[in-house]
Write a protein that binds this ligand. Structure first.
Ligand SMILES: NC(=O)c1ccc[n+]([C@@H]2O[C@H](COP(=O)([O-])OP(=O)(O)OC[C@H]3O[C@@H](n4cnc5c(N)ncnc54)[C@H](OP(=O)(O)O)[C@@H]3O)[C@@H](O)[C@H]2O)c1
Length: 244
């Protein structure tokens, strides 16, 4: 059984919805302190209201793309406020299908901003030794099955997630001598707000075990953040009930 102490603080982005909310609640349930980041204050508060130990859930309203180069400084400011961090779960993201003929630069930039540039600069902030607990600290980034084995209409999304996977493997090797671990989790369709009706219809019949649930991804992320996975780094775990 995995467990954490309240002195172990985790930053969770995307904590106001879907997988990030599930990760925040599960971490808290297992004893950790969570700093939950999102843009929607109401949904962040709703997450805290449903947590087991609300005194150990802190909320930060933040648009992660408003000042991407400033994100390392933002992590530093969070550390000054709460103390050093044991882990980072980057679960914020933007989805959406778009055929090549409709792809435009602005849309691509928006997707890469939150799916690729922001996680890289959050990783830079977390990896600063002034901000983490040193050896044993861990980062997990949600990429997507689409970043590995993709489908039509995913030019922007698949590109942003594939880039994230490749970059995190490089960062994992760079940080290995410090004992910091970095991994990606790449789910197929999970039942959250992001999985709209079109995606659900597309996935119909393709998933022999049915669509994925938030807990299917959250449990894997928690394991990768925990001490029990201390020899696992630089990996990308596809979670898709074996459909690849
Ligand atoms: N659901 C799936 O089928 C699926 C499959 C593969 C991969 N993924 C990936 O899993 C991650 C989580 O997705 P989800 O399904 O949980 O989606 P979701 O329910 O729509 O949640 C997305 C989260 O990202 C946050 N977010 C988006 N843009 C942000 C920004 N600029 N600044 C700060 N926070 C921002 C949202 O915050 P607010 O709501 O507060 O704005 C929300 O908490 C994403 O990276 C997604 O690509 C999802």
């Amino acid at each position: 059984m995995l467990s954490f102490s309240a002195e172990q603080r985790f930053i969770v982005t995307g904590a106001s919805s879907g997988i990030g909310e599930g990760v925040a609640l599960l971490l808290n349930d297992l004893g950790a302190t969570v700093i939950g980041i999102g843009r929607d204050q109401h949904r962040l508060e709703d997450m805290r209201a449903r947590s087991k130990y609300p005194d150990h859930v802190f909320l930060e309203r933040k648009n992660l793309v408003e000042d991407i180069p400033g994100l390392p400084g933002y992590v530093r400011a969070l550390k000054e406020k709460y103390g050093k961090f044991q882990g980072l779960a980057y679960c914020a993201g933007l989805g959406g299908l778009m055929p090549l003929r409709a792809v435009d630069y602005e849309n691509m930039q928006a997707m890469f901003a939150v799916n690729y540039f922001a996680p890289v600069f959050m990783a830079k902030g977390f990896a600063d030794k002034r901000n983490n607990n040193g050896s044993g600290s861990a980062m997990v980034f949600i990429a997507s099955r689409g970043g590995v084995r993709t489908d039509p209409g995913m030019t922007s999304y698949a590109g942003s997630k594939g880039a994230l996977i490749a970059t995190m493997q490089s960062i994992a090797k760079e940080l290995a001598p410090t004992g910091l671990r970095v991994n990606c989790v790449s789910p197929a369709l999970i039942q959250t707000a992001m999985a709209d009706e079109t995606s659900r219809q597309y996935a119909e019949g393709k998933y022999p075990m049915g669509l994925g649930k938030v807990s299917d991804v959250a449990n894997m992320i928690i394991y990768l953040l925990a001490e029990q996975s201390h020899w696992i780094s630089g990996q990308n775990y596809v979670i898709d009930c074996g459909m690849v």
